[in-house]
Design a protein around this ligand. Sequence first.
Ligand code: FRU
Length: 495
Amino acid sequence: MKIKSTLFILTLLAFNSFSQKPTEQWRPAIHFSPKINWTNDPNGLIYINGYYHLFFQHNPKGNEWGNMSWGHAKSKDLLHWEELPVAIPHGKEYIFSGCVVLDKDHVSGLGDPNKPLLIAIYTADYPNTLQEQHLAFSNDEGITWTKYNQNPVLSIQLKDFRDPNIIWHEPSHQYVMSVVKPWEFTVQFYGSKDLLHWNYLSEFGHQGDVDMIWECPSLMELPVEGSKDTKWVFAVSSQGPYKKAVGMQYFVGDFDGKTFTNDAPKEQVNYVDYGRDFYAAIPFYNTVNKEAYWLGWMLSWSYAKEQPTFPYKGQMSLARTLSLVRTSQGLRLKQVLKPDLTKLKPDYEAHNLVLKGSKDLSGMKFLQNKTYVIELKVDATNAKQWGIELGDRAKDNPELTRIGFDEKSQDWFIDRRLSGQIPAPGFDMIQSAPFIPGGDKVLQLVVDRSTLELLAQDGTVAISSLRFPTKKESVRLISMGGELRIKELRIWEIK
Ligand code: FRU
């Protein structure tokens, strides 16, 4: 009897997984997602020979976390991605997150001295036992990799010690690695001249948000807008603005080749993004003119398992150029789309509109469940809330996602309470980010099917969020409880 019922359950399960329907309607067009199977963090972001390379945490065998290996994709413009064969497969060890650097001067002595040499340094994870930093090298632009035969290159015999990220630090003429001790909320910095031998430099931590583990650190030197100055930023994945949910935070300060010092009081917390779906972002290596830009994983560990897409799960954000700006609240991170799609000629443009209630934009056929960018510059308003509404207002079963600004609370928001399929409890929430006083009310929204990226106030406010609509949707401008004066409305169709 027992055997029979077990067989029955197994048959049901097998049937279920075969009958799962592809959800291509949710697959974003200009955000990277693997053709099939699971992804989490971006890894080894690097620009070489005209291509942006994205390696990514990947399960080559399934649509859930497991068999962690590095997938690989490349792109000429950061919008169209070509997926390539799995780059670094797991062995006994799982290939966790890490980085890729160009060993320009062949200081490591590995590989073919006559060909460009890429060095990947990543965490080798021996489940529940040990995490140490391993190296692999490639002479063919990241297609094939050889695992170094004298791994590890760095181990402190800890169960949790991971996610190395490396920069070249010109003033001290060395490579500098950031690597975290997640449960201690600290990052350690190591220096090396040859990428093989690493010397301990210092440790930074116990500052900012320390409610959840620290992962995926990175150190960057960013320009301060409106000056010739630069400042150092240390970014780390951790708890975000929502209790017990992951996000990213950053610290602004200095790095002297040995130690990072935070300019702000140690309790101050700066979040990178106020959406639930932006994590594990790391900067690209070897960029032209040292321009800093990154992209992150657009999903949350809180509901990654339940995320309803098939046959893939997980996707990346768009790339964003990074800088610092002086605001009424001090130096803040600014993130601008890369490429900046709003520099193109808009497909629709209107000036000095007055809006009360709502204005349906569905006449523009290209807005229906497609990929586009909308920008709203607002002059004045006595409305309570204003912004953009996506969805279907059907009385019995409305399906709506609202993106905009709340004048009472002075918050930017993405409200996905009624946004369609709710994969897990808690997904149906309002995500909000505080207005930075003094700035203009400019809302820039990328809609790419299931994927929303709100960059407001010239990129000093970000909210990244998924949603899973089940109906055909229309697009409306909304002004609730009063009148809205729109200085400028611009829309770009992304073909
Ligand atoms: C972050 C993370 C990393 C780790 C990887 C494993 O999302 O937990 O710390 O290297 O994912 O897939």
